[in-house]
Structure formats: C-alpha cells, structure tokens
Design a protein around this ligand. Structure first.
Ligand SMILES: Cc1ncc(C[n+]2csc(CCOP(=O)(O)OP(=O)(O)O)c2C)c(N)n1
Ligand SMILES: [Mg+2]
Length: 780
C-alpha cells in the first residue's frame, strides 16, 4: 500500500536516504579505523562487520528517523552495533573518542550493551536469537504492567527487534513464538534483515515462504518488502514482468554472486536467461551497467520509501514480522560475497568508497560530511528533531521496601524447597508492597517447585480472564488455576529458554518501564543448563531476579541421573551477575530470600540463585541470630571449633544430617572439631579473590571472610569438604590458608536409589566423611 507522496513526504524520504548513506559510511569507517588506523599492540584482529552494517543502515534509518515513537524500545542485531553508535553520533549523543575506541577498552562496544556502552541501549545483544525473543517477553511484561495499573495503556510502546536472517535458525525463536501466541502478545515488531547470508554462506532457498507460514500460523502479520521502488517501476514497463519473475525465482547464491560481480555480469546472465522474451532486451538496454546493478539490488530493505510505507502500514498493536530483502554489504565492494561476514574493506577500497560518497580526505569523522552546507544543516536539524533526540533517559524506579525479617516457616523437619514455598505463601497472604510486586514464573514446574501456594493466593496472570474449569466442575485439587489481569504468576510452557528470557524482561522492568518488579522463577536445578545462555544473557543485561533451582543434586534419589544436578554449584560460582546461595535450613532460606529481595534492587546488586532441595532435614536450634551476618557473607560455624582445632568438616546444603552425624562420631577423637556451613561457595570465593586482588589496587585491603573463619583453626588443620554437587565448589577452601583438604561430592552421573544407597555409593554419608577425615590424618 503506497502512501500518496506529498512534497513533505518526498523531502523526508530524501533526507532519510541521505542519513542512510551517512550511516553506511560511518559504520564502515568506525570498523576501518579500529582495524587499520588505530595502533595495534597485540597482533589480534580487532574485527567488526562492515557488510552486516551496510545491510541494515536503511532499515535503521527508516525506523529511527521515521517510525520510532518515544515509548518504543529496540533490540539491534549484534553485528549492526556500529550503526547504532553512528546514529547516536549523528544525534550528538556519542563522542568521537568513543567511536575511535570502538572495540577498545572503555570504548564503544562490539555489540550493543546495556551496561558497557555509553549510548542508551534498550536491549543488549550478542548471542543471536536471544536479543530477538527478549522483545516478545518485554511486550508481555509491558502488558503485565498495564494490567496492574502501573503503566498507562497510552504509554505502551512497541518492542522492536532488528534481526539478522540467520537468527531465524535459532530454536529459541520458535519456542518464543509458541509462548508469545499463548499469551497473545502485542506491540511487538521483528524486522528481518533478509540478506540470505549468514556467517558461512548463503541460506537455503527452500526456506522461501516458510517463515511467512510459520509466523502467520502463530498469529503474526507478515509484511514482505521484496522490491524497492526502482524495481517496481521497472516491473511496470514492457518486459518488466519477465524481469520480476526472474528475480522472484533467482536462487539466493546466484543472486549473491551476480551482486558481487556487478552490472556486466547481471546483464550477461539476464540476457542469457530472459533476453529472448518480449521487450526484455530493450528494458535492459535502458540501463547502463551501474544502473542495472543498482536496479537489481534495489531490494525493499534498501528502499527508504518502501520501508516507511511498510512501517506506517502496521499501525496497530498486532505483532508483525517484516521480511526486508537486503544485500549483505549493500553499497560496498563486499556486497554479495559469501565470505563478507567478517570481511573488511582494504585501505584502497575504503578510499574508493570515501571518494564515491563525496567525503573529503580528512573529513571522515565529520557527521554530515560530503553533503554541502545547506543539506548538512538541514539534516542536522532533522536529526535534532527526531524522536530519539528527545527520548528521556531510563527512569529511576523507586525501591520497594523489604520487611525487616521474613518469618521462618515452622516445623522441626523441613526441606529448603518447602520453606521457600512457605515464605512466599506468607508474603502472598500479607499486605506488604513487596508481595504485590513479586511476579512468579516457572517452566511448567509451578506445583513441583512449591510455587503453588503463592499462585493460589495471587492468581495467574492473563490479559483476559480464564476460568478454572476443574474448579468450576467441582473436581477437588490443591491448585487454583483461574487467570485474570491482576494475577501475579506467569505460567510458561516447559521451554527453559523462555523462562530465563521472561525473567530477564521482568528483571528489566525498572529501567524499561519505571516500575520495579521482583521476579521469582523456579526451575528444576539440572535444567538450568538448558537455558544457560539465556540466563547468562539476563545477567549480562543486568536484569534482576531471584532464580530458584530445585530440587537439586543426588538428593533427588529415585528420580535418577537425568534429574540429579551435579555442576550447578559451579555455574552459580562462575556466573557473573548472579549470587548463589545454598541453604541447609529453613531459617537460612528466609534469611537469604529477604537479602535477595533487597540485593536485587541495589544499584550494585545482582540477581540471586538459590539451590534448594526436597529433602526433609531436622532443623537446628539457634542461640540467637549471631550466625546470620556470617551466613550472608557465605558461611558460618554450625559447630564452633576450639581455637587451634586440628580439623573441620565444611559442608553445603542438604547433606547437613550426614555431616552432623559424622561430627557426633568424630568429636571425641578430634578435640574441638568444627563444622562450617558454607551457605554460599560463590560469595565466599568472590570475597576471597577480591581481597587478594585488593592488595594491588587502590581498594581498601581487608582479610576475607573465609580467612577469618578458618583463622580459628590450627594453621596445619585438615578440612573435609562435602557438597551434593561438584566437589570443586568447596575444595578450593584449602588454598585460603594452606590447609589440607579431602573433598567429597559428586563428579559422576547419578542414578536411581534411596538416599542411603546413593549417599553410600557416591560417598556423601557419615562413613565417607569419617573416612575422608581419617585419610587427612593418615597423610600427616
Ligand atoms: C548463539 C550464537 N551463535 C553464533 C554466533 C556467531 N555469529 C555471529 S553473527 C552470525 C551469523 C549472522 O547471520 P545473520 O543473522 O544473517 O546476520 P547478517 O547476515 O546480517 O550479518 C554468527 C553465526 C553468535 N553471535 N551467537
Ligand atoms: Mg544474514
């Protein structure tokens, strides 16, 4: 549907075309400078993607300078990062120095980063596919906030992804499409830079029309921008239909080869294929070689007018996929070459491009170079009036008050998982603001991870009411599954990628929408690995959420090896932006949850991961609350060792009863034996390495908590460490003060069995702890 071209629109098109050219030049030059001009000290290739940028400059120019509304948020495909940098440079939001430091320490980042870049970045990108799907989940979060009265419907924006076509190969895209359909998402645009090239090669022709089908099936409108206005004009001339059919049927690889070879090659091939058809020869003759090359590559994704029309045509809230046909490396000598993904123009080629774009020597960084004074001034003025130029900074969402203490679930014998559910249930029944801001979610494991109590109280979230049919039919069930706009649990299908992306979107509600949410997500601990990249993505984006991995470890018993998580403690320790705790007792659960609710709201905080268990464990009697401060620092003495004690048992989590049983048996033989409960191998280890590093920085030096704890023991004491997970999570403690360690834990796959058999087989029982202790003493 073409809009009637008023003079004003024509002028706008011409202006945005000029901006497209500026972006193509600047993004090329940013990469060129980093690779060919900046001093190199390490012999490493700096890299950057000139062809991927050129493929998308028109799409980005039309979006940012025409279609974007102030409330919209955009996720930019990773390798078009320099185009986004260039846009902000034109706006005056980005410094020359930052561009010159592209991919250098502290400079503009290789791929858009919310936390590292100096320009505003709505969504980080890098791992392809995730930066696309996140926009669908953010539109769901936006709907949640509208439904809960935290955001005006009128302020709802579009969540837009500018994506590469190879991203369509990522499975997480389709997982997301299904979930998005279930939740009836809206206000979401995905614009595919459909250059039919990935990193390695051109993409399969067989996919033609398949994406339309898939997306339409999932309720999306699909707008295809195949041809630009030059092509459409040519198609309407005599012989044009034959040309159109030829382009329509041209295999991707052939199109890319001819694009790379240029006008003469196009002519030769077209004459060979369709030259005999009526009027075609004359049509082709009316273009010189350059003109013919320009015509053949005048695809929809490079035609500002077509892009503006397409964006204007989708002016409702229906999710929309734009398939914008493009040429990778458009307008560059790299265009169409199959190796152009990481390919780079050499100095001679960039020199040629500079000259052809009218940029004077020495004027390469000039934002509006090569345009002549009047046009440059007009362009600058136009850019200054654009939506992006006036976009407010991300809001500072007020902090949600957290109660002084969360009450500890009662019961002499409890599991950490049930304690977690009960703490949440208590909150759900309370009138705390915190409770109103909690949003829970789980990938089809709501009931089995003890979220059910909270959900029964607070309801499932749906934009429109969904009745609880089982309840209406009076079939008894512990779960109340009615859904409504005020519900606070977002039920997800089983795909863990979606789970982590939703947590990420919920965890960005504060900076994105100005309302802080407290996302709490539960997942079976071993299946964290299924969504690990999305978890990493969320942490990299500095999204804030509470992740609960439960149940965990061999302690699952009869569920067997496929469900018994082993290496998640190491994930918890190794993942930046995620503080990992593994409580043993219910009061620890309440303590860490309270801490988490505060920590994930702090500017220098992070997300939090609790590794929990379904094992019912006898609770301990506490003499006061003195243990809490140490527990929050990563560990406390559950049995205080005598000064100068020769040994200690160090443990984490659900094997506490075995540890205490071993303690009882050893205490007589080892005077002053201690039991150290490491509540967070992660926090303890970070603190240790930070304290070592602090000595060499300007940070204040202090001893670390692990050192403080162990200092009470004899310098040559022995430690038996034990965790239901990778033993490496605790064995490092020997290095803190040079103590000998005998590490227990699991480093093989588990299997079915009861706990007695499993703990015996995998050496996690009291006997194994005693043997390990003996081994330490025998060694001396
Ligand atoms: C998950 C993941 N796998 C691999 C890569 C490496 N990689 C970066 S870009 C790319 C191909 C991108 O092709 P496409 O999305 O079509 O982008 P364009 O053609 O526009 O460059 C690959 C494989 C990555 N960034 N993320
Ligand atoms: Mg591509």
């Amino acid at each position: 549907m073409a809009t009637v071209l008023t003079d004003h629109r024509k002028e706008k098109i011409a202006t945005i075309e000029a901006l497209d050219a500026r972006l193509r030049w600047l993004s090329s030059w940013i990469v060129h400078n980093a690779n060919h001009l900046r001093e190199k000290r390490d012999g490493l290739k700096v890299g950057g993607h000139q062809a991927s940028c050129a493929s998308m400059t028109a799409i980005m120019a039309a979006l940012y300078f025409h279609a974007l509304r102030p409330q919209d948020k955009v996720s930019v495909k990773p390798h078009a990062g320099p185009v986004l940098q260039a846009i902000h440079y034109l706006l005056g939001n980005q410094s020359l120095q930052q561009l010159q430091q592209f991919r250098a320490l502290g400079g503009a980042q290789s791929y858009p980063s919310r936390t590292k870049d100096k320009i505003p970045v709505d969504f980080s990108t890098g791992s392809v596919g995730l930066g696309v799907a996140i926009t669908a989940f953010s539109s769901l979060v936006q709907d949640y906030l509208v439904a809960h009265g935290s955001l005006d419907e009128a302020d709802a924006g579009r969540m837009i992804s500018l994506m590469g076509d190879a991203e369509l190969d990522e499975g997480n895209i389709y997982e997301c499409l299904i979930e998005a359909y279930k939740h009836d998402i809206r206000n979401c645009w995905w614009v595919v830079d459909y250059n039919r090239q990935s990193l390695d090669s051109t993409t399969a022709d067989r996919m033609f029309r398949r994406f339309d089908d898939i997306f339409e099936t999932c309720g999306w409108r699909v707008v295809t921008l195949k041809n630009g206005k030059l092509q459409r004009a040519a198609f309407s001339r005599p012989g044009g239909k034959s040309l159109e059919d030829w382009i329509e049927n041209c295999p991707n690889a052939d199109f890319a080869v001819l694009t790379y070879k240029g006008g003469a090659a196009w002519r030769e091939r077209l004459i060979a294929d369709i030259g005999g058809k009526p009027h075609v020869a004359k049509l082709l003759d009316s273009f010189d070689d350059d003109g013919l090359a320009a015509l053949m590559t005048n695809l929809g994704g490079h035609c500002i007018e077509s892009l503006m029309d397409a964006f204007d045509s989708a002016d409702d809230e229906r999710p929309t996929l734009f398939i914008a046909y493009t040429v990778k490396g458009y307008g560059l000598p790299l265009a169409g070459h199959k190796d152009n993904h990481s390919g780079m123009m050499n100095p001679a080629q960039i020199e040629q491009l500079r000259a052809s774009m009218g940029v004077d020597d020495g004027q390469e960084w000039e934002p509006f170079a090569g345009l002549g004074g009047n046009i440059a001034a007009r362009l600058k003025d136009f850019v200054g009036q654009s939506v992006l130029a006036h976009k407010p900074q991300e809001p500072d969402a007020p902090v949600i008050a957290v109660p002084e203490r969360l009450s500890v679930p009662s019961g002499d014998v409890q599991s950490t998982q049930s304690a977690f559910g009960n703490v949440l249930l208590d909150l759900a029944k309370s009138s705390e603001t915190l409770a109103d801001r909690i949003v829970t979610t789980a990938p089809d494991v709501t009931q089995t991870t003890n979220l059910g109590g909270f959900v029964n109280q607070r309801g499932l979230f749906r934009r429109s009411d969904v009745a609880d049919i089982f309840r209406d039919a009076k079939i008894p069930s512990a779960q109340k599954w009615a859904a409504h706009a005020a519900g606070q649990h977002i039920e997800l299908g089983i795909a863990e990628n979606n789970f982590f992306l939703l947590l990420t979107s919920l965890g960005l509600a504060a900076p994105h929408f100005g309302t802080r949410l407290i996302p709490v997500g539960t997942v079976y601990d071993p299946f964290i690995a299924r969504g690990l990249d999305a978890l990493n993505y969320g942490c990299y984006s500095d999204a804030r959420f509470l992740l609960v991995g439960t149940p965990s470890g061999l302690t699952l018993g009869p569920e067997g090896g496929a469900h018994q998580s082993i290496n998640t403690p190491l994930i918890g320790m190794g993942q930046p932006g995620l503080a990992y705790f593994e409580p043993a007792y219910a009061d620890e659960v309440a303590l860490f949850m309270r801490w988490a609710f505060e920590h994930l709201q702090k500017p220098d905080g992070s997300s939090v991961y609790l590794r929990l268990s379904t094992r019912q464990v006898p609770q301990v009697q506490r003499a006061g609350t003195a243990w809490e401060a140490d527990a929050l620092k990563g560990g406390y003495w559950l049995r205080q060792p005598a000064p100068g004690a020769e040994a200690a048992i160090v443990f984490t989590g659900a094997i506490a009863p075995e540890v205490l049983a071993a303690f009882d048996q050893l205490a007589d033989d080892i005077p002053g034996l201690g039991v150290l409960n490491v509540t967070s191998p992660d926090v303890l280890h970070r603190d240790w390495s930070a304290s070592k590093a602090a000595r060499w920085t300007d940070k204040p030096t202090q001893t670390c908590h692990a050192e403080d704890l162990l200092s009470v023991l004899a310098p040559d004491a022995g430690l038996v460490t034990v965790i239901d997970g990778s033993p490496g999570a605790l064995s490092w403690l020997g290095g803190v003060s040079g103590m000998r360690v005998s590490p227990l834990g699991t480093d093989r796959f588990g299997q079915t069995g009861d706990l007695i058999d499993l703990y015996d087989t995998y050496r996690l029982d009291a006997v194994a702890i005693i043997d390990a202790m003996a081994e330490l003493f025998l060694k001396r």
